[in-house]
Design a protein around this ligand. Structure first.
Ligand SMILES: Nc1nc2c(ncn2[C@@H]2O[C@H](COP(=O)(O)OP(=O)(O)OP(=O)(O)O)[C@@H](O)[C@H]2O)c(=O)[nH]1
Ligand SMILES: [Mg+2]
Length: 429
């Protein structure tokens, strides 16, 4: 069984709090501020681990939180940065933001890393707030909260062998008889719209992953049919198993089919033609298939390796599987280099601020005003409400963000209740 799609919650560590402290040295009365900054919270980092093949590990653990930074200390000592939390993912994992659907990272090569949720920065200690007007501020920031988000992990097919060919030639049928996979099978074209994976075991106990890929047609490299996206998957297979409908029941010529598909592979990426390929002559149970195979052999030449089978009546399968396993043993992994990186898929986007203003105002049923939004909540969490200086700074920052004006516009008057997270205060005009 393959888990290839999973949603997880990640949160970077909070930053450590800044400190309010003053120098107290002998002979130095009224020493200046000496509160250190908090350390940065740890990041949530995904790292590619070659040995992993599935997203199975995420089945039971779906919440990841990184450690918080250490708090700042007296004598201007800064808190330590927290260790990042490393999470291993298999090669071929694409990470998307669950809300926006944007691709955050396309993790392909062993050891490749991506920061998925950044830790918060440390809060500043009071030394940082000293000014000529206020040389001894009783003011420090709390650590910035770590960024949090839900992400979707998708494992792209990283199969050993990939079944390619025109629609309805019997690719899914073949996968279904050599593995436990249960792909949909039907006589209409493009039955398969997403790749299916199956674990195949040969009679001599060798195993490999086979991918049943959606059908290709002429022009696939230009996006015709289900084209492009699947050609991408083929890039991630080591051996190409080219399936041909030898019964020619749909009126196409098997040899023309063979040339057309190879042309598409080449048009898409020259390097795909370097990949070892086996030819499967399927539907040999049908009348006329034998004669078609003879003609095909003549045209394709001696060197081509052709395996006549009937997926439907399960004929000729074990020889084919042995041949695939043999070929895999001598075929190295192909480096997955995206020559012209597909903008939409490989761009890394960090969009943590969703609302442009940084806040939104709504009304509760009891008439109070409710403030929410990333920027204002972040500010709130970084404020130490036990100190006058901090509270005053918070009020100033709210005004600076235009929140007072916005509340007034919404009809807030002196004494009205304003709510923000678990906190309530009175609006003062
Ligand atoms: N007679 C015969 N019919 C077969 C054989 N293999 C598959 N078929 C039939 O061919 C039709 C298409 O089979 P699929 O396995 O869905 O073909 P596919 O290549 O996966 O097609 P797409 O997913 O649309 O690309 C079905 O009706 C199968 O029953 C075979 O060996 N002999
Ligand atoms: Mg299919």
């Amino acid at each position: 069984m393959f888990v290839d799609h999973v949603k997880v919650y990640v949160k970077g560590g909070d930053g450590g709090d800044g400190m309010v402290a003053f120098r107290r040295e002998k002979y130095v009365p009224n020493g200046g501020p000496a509160g250190g900054d908090g350390g940065k919270g740890g990041d949530i980092v995904f790292i590619v681990e070659e040995g992993l093949r599935t997203l199975m590990d995420f089945r039971y653990k779906r919440i990841f939180k990184a450690d918080r930074g250490t708090h700042g200390m007296s004598k201007n000592q800064h808190g330590a940065k927290a260790q990042d939390t490393l999470i291993k993912v298999p090669p071929g994992t694409v990470v998307k933001d669950a809300d926006s659907g944007e691709t955050i990272a396309d993790l392909v090569e062993h050891g490749q890393t991506a920061v998925i949720a950044r830790g918060g920065r440390g809060g500043r200690g009071n030394s940082r707030f000293a000014t000529p007007q206020n040389p001894a501020p009783e003011l420090s920031e709390k650590g910035e909260p770590g960024f949090e988000r839900n992400v979707i992990l998708e494992l792209k097919v990283l199969a050993d062998a990939g079944l390619v060919g025109f629609p309805s030639v019997g690719k899914s049928t073949l996968l279904s008889v050599v593995s436990a996979a249960k792909p949909k099978i039907a006589e209409y074209h493009f039955t398969t719209i997403v790749p299916n994976l199956g674990m195949v075991e040969t009679e001599d106990q060798r195993s490999f992953v086979m991918a049943d890929l959606p059908g290709l047609i002429e022009g696939a490299h230009e996006g015709i049919g289900l084209g492009h996206q699947f050609l991408r998957h083929i890039e991630r297979t080591r051996v190409i198993v080219h399936v041909i409908d030898m019964s020619a029941m749909e009126g196409r010529d098997p040899y023309e089919d063979y040339l057309t598909i190879n042309e598409e592979l080449q048009q898409y990426n020259m390097r795909l033609t370097e990949r070892p390929q086996l030819i499967v002559a399927n539907k040999m149970d049908m009348p006329g298939a034998d004669e078609n195979l003879e003609k095909f052999r003549e045209k394709v030449g001696e060197d081509a390796r052709i395996f006549p089978i009937s997926a439907l009546s399960r004929q000729g399968l074990s020889n084919l599987l042995f041949a695939i396993a043999d070929l895999l043993e001598v075929t190295p992994e192909f480096p997955l280099i995206d020559e012209e990186a597909d903008e939409s898929e490989s761009t890394v986007l960090y969009k943590h601020e969703t609302d442009a203003d940084g806040f939104t105002i709504s009304r509760d049923s009891d008439g109070s005003f409710v403030l929410s939004g990333y920027a204002i909540e972040r500010l709130f969490k970084m404020t130490d409400f036990s100190r006058e200086d901090s509270i005053r700074r918070f009020a100033r920052q709210m005004r600076g963000m235009g929140i007072d004006d916005a509340l007034r516009e919404r009809g807030a008057e002196n004494g009205d209740t304003v709510r923000l997270l678990e906190f309530e205060f009175e609006f003062m005009d």
